[in-house]
Design a binder for this molecule. Structure first.
Ligand SMILES: NC(=O)c1ccc[n+]([C@@H]2O[C@H](COP(=O)([O-])OP(=O)(O)OC[C@H]3O[C@@H](n4cnc5c(N)ncnc54)[C@H](O)[C@@H]3O)[C@@H](O)[C@H]2O)c1
Length: 211
């Protein structure tokens, strides 16, 4: 059903729509106009209509979109899965914060379990079981593809092991340069670079304003 190649910016907005659509469905709403959705997600109705045009024929204009149909499309055609079994590797400060926040159901899934080299970090944390790292190969949930990496040591070796276990997507908080084979996607999250980018763009805006 996805007809044309979807621009990156559009793909980045799909999870936002999905979250709002799930909320609507939970509240028993069957159809939604782009104007109504716009108010929920703070995105222009024209942008929403253009973004949805990549999803194929969604019905007659003026009748609103079927909430159920859109959720189905996002779920099946785009491979977005609410039941993604995610693992967390490294249950230290950052890892614990993410475990505590583990409220991604209806959006992507949840952290099913975690792993750590330090036995003291193992056991149940925020309702999630943390296993010793030497049990990675045996305890990783079946069908798990996504790992969150919040470790501080032996990053590349750990990535290699995760890939061997079938991980194809890594959310990487480690700040380290890591490599992975083709087909494995690494999404680096770095607060420091984000701040640097912000400082750079606010400085250049200020310089332009002073000219
Ligand atoms: N991306 C960001 O913006 C950002 C911000 C802060 C910290 N960090 C990075 O995140 C990582 C975690 O930071 P933290 O403050 O939570 O550290 P932390 O020391 O509190 O936690 C790290 C945890 O990982 C475990 N660990 C270390 N190496 C491991 C391995 N190879 N396999 C399994 N477990 C392992 C440790 O036992 C510990 O429990 C660090 O690499 C840090 O540099 C990134």
């Amino acid at each position: 059903m996805v007809m044309r190649s979807v621009p990156k910016a559009t793909l980045q907005r799909y999870p936002i729509y999905l979250k709002a659509l799930n909320r609507l469905e939970k509240n028993g709403i069957e159809r939604v106009m782009s104007k109504e959705l716009a108010l929920m997600v703070d995105i222009e109705p024209t942008t929403i209509r253009r973004d949805f045009s990549f999803l194929g024929n969604l019905g007659k204009q003026g009748y609103g979109y079927s909430v159920k149909k859109l959720i189905e499309i996002f779920n099946k055609q785009l491979g977005v899965n609410f039941d993604e079994k995610i693992i967390l590797v490294g249950a230290g400060n950052l890892g614990s914060a993410l475990l505590n926040y583990n409220k991604w159901d209806y959006v992507v899934g949840e952290i099913a379990c975690g792993f750590d080299v330090d036995e003291k970090k193992c056991g149940e944390h925020f309702g999630v079981q943390i296993y010793p790292m030497d049990q990675l190969e045996t305890k990783i949930p079946a069908g798990c593809h996504i790992a969150i990496l919040t470790i501080s040591h032996h990053v590349q070796e750990t990535v290699n092991r995760l890939v061997e276990c079938g991980i194809t997507g890594i959310v990487d908080f480690t700040h380290q340069h890591i490599s992975a084979p083709k087909g494995v996607v690494i999404k680096a999250i770095d607060v420091v670079s984000s701040i640097q980018e912000l400082v750079f763009s606010t400085n250049s805006m200020n310089q332009k304003a002073m000219k």
